[in-house]
Design a protein around this ligand. Structure first.
Ligand code: HEM
Length: 256
């Protein structure tokens, strides 16, 4: 992976050296502009991990969330049907999904929220470090201690959620609970100043990928797999992946 990012930076630096007015207008250009303007802040070795971090933080989380959403839809055919019906009503069968459609798809949005509730891509957020001694719920977190926030457990806690283990997007319909950091019982992207900075991109990507897959194809499980037998085991780590990757078969779309 280092090689890929080194090549990418080298190529861009060469292009900029050949024509100093050429810019792609992306994050790499912003960082290289900063470096040229003030060499003391950034250097080549600092730029590489910055773009690598964005790539790592953004790709697996979004892909995993989409995979879990598809797995839940295949395990709950009535939810899949409802999501498809909404897409057909709003978009129809003649065109592909556009970013601007997402606002008009409340059921799809609820499916994504419910997926992030049951399968948060970052189940422990990122580690926090206490700047000072702080007391939370009667416990003292001493200055310098690392704290992990177990949102996986919070999202399955019957104190906060009705039938917490059931995949029910309907719970978010007509509810003000959002993932932007304002509802503390549901913070799949974190909250406060360390809120995921990729949130706007991530939510667009996940909704778009999911909507496109549902609208463009019917989906079925391999022969002999019943929806209720789908393996939903988790591989617990910094990210919460499916232990067994989802295997689903796209079928040419039918509109009935
Ligand atoms: C469904 C997809 C995603 C989920 C669930 C997710 C979730 C999170 C979470 C929980 C955090 C830690 C927040 C905290 O500790 O309070 C985080 C941080 C971060 N995320 Fe995401 N993320 C996603 C996609 C992305 C994308 C697409 C990008 C970039 C293109 C990205 C870039 C980052 C970065 C750079 C941080 C660190 C921010 C900081 O520490 O200030 N993420 N993300």
């Amino acid at each position: 992976m280092h090689q890929i990012f080194d090549d990418m930076i080298d190529k861009r630096m060469k292009a900029r050296a050949l024509d100093s007015t050429t810019r792609n207008g992306d994050f790499l250009d912003v960082l290289l502009d900063q470096w040229e303007e003030n060499r003391s802040i950034l250097n080549r070795e600092a730029i590489k991990p910055l773009i690598q971090n964005l790539f790592i933080a953004g790709s697996e989380t979004s892909a995993t969330t989409t995979e879990w959403a598809m797995a839940e839809l295949l395990r709950n055919p009535q939810v899949m049907q409802k999501a498809k019906k909404e897409l057909l009503e709003v978009i129809g069968s003649e065109r592909t999904v556009k970013e601007s459609d997402i606002d008009e798809l409340p059921y799809l949005q609820a499916v994504v929220k419910e997926t992030l509730r049951l399968h948060p891509a970052a189940p422990l957020l990122l580690p926090y470090k206490a700047r000072n001694d702080v007391e939370i719920c009667g416990y003292t977190i001493p200055k310098g201690a690392h704290a992990l926030v177990n949102i996986w457990a919070m999202n399955r806690d019957p104190k906060y959620w009705n039938q917490p283990l059931t995949f029910a997007p309907e719970r978010f319909i007509g509810s003000k609970i959002d993932y932007k950091g304002g509802s503390f019982k549901f913070i799949p992207f974190g909250a406060g100043r360390r809120l995921c900075l990729g949130l706007p991109l991530a939510t667009r990507m996940v909704h778009l990928m999911l909507a496109s897959m549902i609208l463009s194809f019917d989906w079925k499980l391999p022969q002999g797999t019943n929806p209720e037998d789908l393996d939903m085991q988790e591989h617990f780590g910094m990210t919460l992946k499916k232990a067994v990757p989802l295997y689903a078969i796209p079928v040419m779309k039918t509109f009935d």
